[in-house]
Ligand binder design. Structure first.
Ligand code: SF4
Ligand code: SF4
Length: 384
């Protein structure tokens, strides 16, 4: 008898990884290995991996602790900041609790100021991220990468060798490659899985602390998806092909992905920080200067905190072509000024330069706008 789990069940297991991997984080701590928490895609995790520590993304994705956060923070801040602060303050997030050090970064103003408050109850280290991706900005950033390595050495009392950094670069590149191979599957039309399921695989994998195992799991997933692709593609059929862009998605905001696909579309790619943006560039393994190689890879991440945000437009343009998208849904969070302002340029870019439809939806971590979201998304899909 084939006792293999059904594919939808496997997707759900990945989707639940944030909850189920708590115990693994505890085991890591029990073994005496450090855990480092991060809030942003710009943090070069290879440096943490190089000291045999585990690294975990801490951005919180539920509205549960927002009222608590609003006791200290303005209600008008973006829900991602409020939720992250609220979970930290309430000590409700085991990943935060187990983190020995939290790595912050000077991205948007709200986050920057929130980290100052967070320092009251957790060791926080701030990386100074430039706002412009030019030569001077790069020099500053490379210096920050070296400074971060020195901080880790000093804080944890370890020596991080260049050989260990090179090994970490190889492992993380391999994991990125495995994720990209999953993303690539969505270039098929019809697609072999729904975009929300793909999201669960990628997001869930980020909670596998062993990066080599994470790459292996994604490769196994790819094989499994390909094995069943023929039947699933026939079942799914052709649907309007959507790229989701904008603020990071996950938890409460997955409502947008669910509504797009319940309304008849399919998400062929996520451009945001919980999607391709976090995986698509490799660290150059041939560069003898490991700090320069790391700095280059992370410096070219497109984010609305950059001015101008050249790399976001570049990546989105390439993705529209490669995934043969019909439309872009730009999901922004309330209170996120940089992404909200950038919708103007992204909208024009999509409709006038790339000739695809564009919809901007601004949301938060509540469920109160689901009806309105459904109406607007259905209207977009009918138009395609
Ligand atoms: S959207 Fe920008 S600030 Fe937010 S995690 Fe991504 S890179 Fe960092
Ligand atoms: S979503 Fe926007 S406001 Fe919120 S943390 Fe990210 S960049 Fe800052």
């Amino acid at each position: 008898m084939d006792v293999r789990k059904e594919l939808p069940e496997v997707f759900e297991e990945f989707g639940d990884a944030r909850k189920t991997q708590f115990m693994v984080a505890k085991e890591i701590k029990d073994q005496g290995r450090p855990l480092v928490g991060t809030y942003c895609t710009y943090v070069p995790v290879e440096l943490v991996m190089a000291m045999d520590a585990a690294v975990v993304g801490l951005c919180s994705m539920s509205d549960e602790t927002i009222p608590l956060a609003e006791q200290d923070l303005p209600a008008s801040l973006c829900p991602l900041i409020k939720s992250s602060y609220g979970f930290a303050k309430a000590d409700k997030c085991p990943y935060f609790y187990f983190s020995d050090l939290v790595v912050a970064e000077t991205t948007c103003d709200g986050k920057k100021k929130m980290y100052e408050l967070m320092e009251e109850f957790k060791p926080v280290y701030v990386m100074q991220l430039p706002n412009t991706q030019d030569e001077d900005g790069f020099a500053l950033w490379k210096n920050e990468v070296v400074r971060f390595k020195e901080k880790l050495e000093d804080f944890f009392g370890v020596t991080i060798t260049e050989d260990a950094i090179r090994a970490a670069i190889r492992d993380r590149n391999e994991e990125r490659q495995a994720a990209l191979e999953i993303f690539e599957l969505m270039k098929m039309d019809p697609v072999p899985m729904m975009g929300h399921d793909m999201f669960k695989v990628i997001y869930g994998s980020s909670f596998t602390f062993d990066r080599v195992l994470s790459a292996q799991q994604m490769r196994d997933m790819k094989t499994r998806i390909l094995d069943e692709a023929e039947a699933n593609r026939a079942k799914i059929g052709h649907r309007p092909r959507i790229i989701v862009s904008g603020c990071p998605m996950g938890g409460a905001t997955e409502k947008v992905a669910r509504i797009i696909e319940e309304s008849g579309g399919v998400i062929v790619a996520f451009e945001n920080c919980t999607g391709i943006k976090n995986y698509h560039r490799m660290v150059d393994e041939s560069n003898p200067d490991v700090y320069e190689a790391l700095a280059e890879r992370y410096f070219k991440i497109g984010c609305s905190v950059m001015s101008p945000d050249t790399y976001r437009f570049q990546l989105l343009g390439e993705m529209i072509d490669e995934f043969k998208a019909d439309a872009v849904v730009d999901m922004t969070l309330q209170g996120c000024h940089t992404y909200n302002v950038e919708t103007y340029g992204i909208g024009h870019f999509c409709t006038e330069e790339k000739n695809v439809a564009y919809l901007h939806v601004e949301t938060d971590y509540s469920t109160t706008d689901e009806g309105q979201l459904a109406t607007r998304i259905q209207a977009l899909l009918e138009m395609l």
